[in-house]
Design a protein around this ligand. Sequence first.
Ligand SMILES: Cc1cc2nc3c(=O)[nH]c(=O)nc-3n(C[C@H](O)[C@H](O)[C@H](O)COP(=O)(O)OP(=O)(O)OC[C@H]3O[C@@H](n4cnc5c(N)ncnc54)[C@H](O)[C@@H]3O)c2cc1C
Length: 444
Amino acid sequence: MAVVGAGLAGLTAARRLTAAGVSVAVVEARDRVGGRVLNEDIGGGNVVEVGAQWIGPTQDRLAALAAEVGVDTFPTYGDGQNVLEYAGRLRRYSGTIPRINPLVLIDVERAQRKLNRLARSVPTEAPWEAENAARLDSETAATWMRRNVFTRAGRSLLELGIEAVWAAEPEDMSLLHMLFYIHSAGSLQMLFDTEGGAQQDRFVGGSQRIPIRVAEELGERVLLGHPVRSIAHGPDGVLVRADGAEISARRAIVAIAPTLAGRVSYDPPLSGYRDQLTQRMPLGTVAKCMAIYPEPFWRADGLSGEGTSDVGPVRLTFDNSPPDGSVGVLLGFLEGRHARRLGRLPAGERRTAVVDCFARLFGPRAASPEAYVERLWAEEEWSRGCYGCHLPTGAWTNYGPALREPIGPLHWAGAEIATVWNGYMDGAVRSGETAAQEVLERLV
Ligand SMILES: Cc1cc2nc3c(=O)[nH]c(=O)nc-3n(C[C@H](O)[C@H](O)[C@H](O)COP(=O)(O)OP(=O)(O)OC[C@H]3O[C@@H](n4cnc5c(N)ncnc54)[C@H](O)[C@@H]3O)c2cc1C
């Protein structure tokens, strides 16, 4: 078996197949494993994650994998008050609900309830079969918000939430896609929340320890530094051609984001139906930015480090200090149009814009970090964006079945293929398990 991509999806598939006694080669473009999961050393024995980091309730397959390879979790720091920069004022608040105009809160709450209800009507295995699928897929999240969120501030808050979850703008994606994604996670609250939601816990030593440990188990089966350029496929199997390596196998699992899978050349070429799907699955735009301080000074001021801003360019912040708080790390996300704009600035100007934002939210001590770390995922040749792919209007209903359907000996895996926690590490693990199962059923 050949597996393309040593992210969580590919590594999980390879681990499953190896356990079933199948011989496997994982072909990875980069000189490291983990894909969108990446630790960066900040000295003193500490790391920060410049890619994926959080795990939350119901992300059971990722939790199981982490436990099997011996990587523990700890809670995201959340003691103290959150800050909100909104309508020209800085406010502190406790809990999940900021003290702003109650009419706005009711407006947002109603919209969220409506979205959750609509989401439950979208089957995650086949969103195109939802009742009213054609109508839901013919409008964007933005046009829906215009008709269903009545206050300007309510729309702005929801837009902030959409940027935080999809790293895209409401006008970028179809309402049907948004609903599918909400359903695959459980609810909007699961996506938005820290405690009880997707941002609840972190991994001790950084999330990349999970793929690193799986790769250690797989040993020489993982081939690094070999970008796959083409795959010949037919009834007799596959021939995977990478820079510096050729693998022939009975089947292949292509465990890379669909957009990138569409850039591999296939012989014979894949159907127009499949290719036109992969033409319609852009990745979101994110720069993950962290400022490092001698200590998490905001904690002494009674602040959690969690902040939101309607000004930006950082719209969302977290305390990302290591578990022992031996240094302070403020994490800020540039997402969607903010990442697109700031991503084109010189690094120094971007750093200044981010650190200025931290200083507005957390006071003058935030203005002088000891170090600064950032990663622009759209610039990464073997990712081209994150967190995951989103589908624009018309894509699910016209091309949906092409997403998961194997083509001869070719199988698809990756966070984008998952029906549960689509776009997340947990979804990537689930997709790897499913693809391995598909292959095992066909190998007998
Ligand atoms: C900044 C950031 C923050 C995130 N935060 C979270 C979070 O907190 N929690 C969460 O659950 N998820 C989060 N995510 C999403 C999460 O990282 C992904 O859903 C998940 O890691 C995807 O895994 P994957 O195996 O499907 O794909 P990838 O991780 O993209 O793996 C694909 C692999 O294939 C390789 N590859 C690509 N093209 C080729 C080729 N042609 N030949 C060979 N190899 C190739 C790539 O190098 C990569 O290693 C975040 C992502 C980012 C970037």
